[in-house]
Design a protein around this ligand. Structure first.
Ligand SMILES: Cc1ncc(COP(=O)(O)O)c(C=O)c1O
Length: 392
């Protein structure tokens, strides 16, 4: 619980007092003890005063170790994910790669062959160069995960669900059981699902990772990452120490913007889900579209698992495969007027991108695939714009 200089709790509402959307909307129910302001301040301070008896009773010494602005965002994220602790980072990649830097040379890692391409590339280049044994598998198939596990040697099973850019689904509870049976941890990149739709720790995962650049902040104006842990164990203390010593921290202003963005998380994600469902259903019948990839569609191979482990929607991300192949897909992306032709996802504005152009050689993204990140605009504006862009 964040505290002021006299040790009083800054949060007037504990985890037990309210449900997650309320905690988010009210930044944990925070009220400034001096001014009664309802908006938390930014603390740009890099250093904090020691008490006369040489202690740091307020819990802050130097901002690379602990910063009241990111502490507040971390408390809220830990509460939303139901975790024992949260650490924010300078980016999603900083958060994810910190996990792998805790592992030792020779440790074995199982990761998906369909996942955020930047992390897949890091694992298969830097990760392998540092001695990690990395196996990429079809993580939508629990048998494939089981076959890849090397009991005793496998230290981390990493999954992403729904996963970029074709949105396969991994059964989190099943993957957790397999990982634990082999003596490994399960980490889940839950960037696309967000705590609004899925709480991986409640399903048995050990760690949740977010590119907070995406839905958590939601306004395409902050690069940030977060890890949330099920347990405050030795591994977690190493993660905290590495962040502290390595310095991949979130700046005060970014942390403040993240906390501000989190306050509307539930509304934004719910709206994006409804619109994505509407678009997926309508685009399936479009003559210029060969396939719609969306876990909310009954024909999606991961639909049954998604329906079980995602509550309240299937997310705001979908992909379309355009009739006519790569050139037709690129031409479609060039013709949109309302969708923004840009990378990233999870912002209030809808984005469209030809994913294979971003990921380059070796991508699992089909060449005719356009990735759609659905924002909060009017659903019919988005549909009409795609319709005109797909037209002759
Ligand atoms: C699913 C997913 N995970 C991780 C990342 C990396 O996050 P960041 O760009 O904040 O470093 C991204 C970024 O696109 C992502 O989409």
């Amino acid at each position: 619980m964040p505290q002021d200089a006299t040790g009083r709790n800054l949060c007037r509402m504990s985890k037990l007092d309210a449900k997650a959307p309320t905690l988010a909307a009210q930044a944990m129910g925070w009220v400034d003890p001096l001014t009664k302001a309802v908006v938390p301040p930014i603390h740009p301070a890099t250093t904090f005063i020691r008490d006369p008896d040489n202690q740091y009773r307020a819990g802050h010494s130097y901002a690379r170790a602990e910063n009241p602005t990111y502490d507040h965002a971390q408390k809220l994220l830990a509460a939303l994910e139901g975790g024992a602790g949260c650490l924010t980072f300078a980016s999603g990649m900083a958060a994810a790669t910190t996990v792998f830097q805790i592992l030792k040379p020779g440790d074995h890692v199982v990761a998906p062959n369909v996942m955020y391409w930047g992390l897949r590339r890091w694992l298969t280049t830097f990760g392998r160069e540092r001695g990690l044994q990395v196996d990429l598998v079809d993580a939508s198939d629990l048998d494939a995960i089981a076959a890849a596990l090397r009991p005793g040697a496998t230290k981390m099973v990493w999954i992403e669900t729904p996963a970029n850019p074709t949105w396969p689904i991994t059964d989190i509870a099943g993957a957790a059981e397999l990982a634990h049976g082999a003596g490994a941890r399960l980490a889940v990149d839950s960037t696309v699902a967000t705590p609004v739709l899925t709480r991986p720790l409640a399903l048995g995962a050990d760690l949740v990772m977010h590119s907070a650049t995406k839905y958590l902040n939601g306004h395409s104006d902050v690069v940030a990452g977060a890890l949330v842990t099920a347990q405050s164990d030795d591994f977690w203390h190493k993660v905290a120490t590495l962040r502290h010593n390595g310095g991949a921290i979130l700046g005060s202003f970014e942390a403040w913007l993240l906390l501000r963005g989190l306050r509307t998380l539930y509304l934004r994600v719910e709206r994006a889900c409804r619109t994505a469902e509407h678009l997926a259903a309508r685009l399936t019948a479009h003559p210029a579209i060969a396939a719609v990839l969306y876990p909310g569609l009954p024909e999606h191979p991961g639909h049954a698992v998604a329906a079980r482990q995602m509550q309240g929607g299937f997310g705001g991300m979908l992909s379309i495969r355009v009739q006519g192949g790569e050139q037709a897909a690129i031409a479609t992306a060039a013709k949109v007027r309302i969708w923004k032709r840009a990378t990233s996802l999870g912002g209030v504005e809808s984005l469209i991108e030809h994913r294979a152009s971003v990921e380059g050689p070796g991508t699992p993204a089909p060449p005719d695939l356009l990735r759609l990140s659905v924002g909060i605009e009017d659903p019919d504006d988005l549909l009409d714009d795609l319709d005109q862009a797909l037209g002759p």
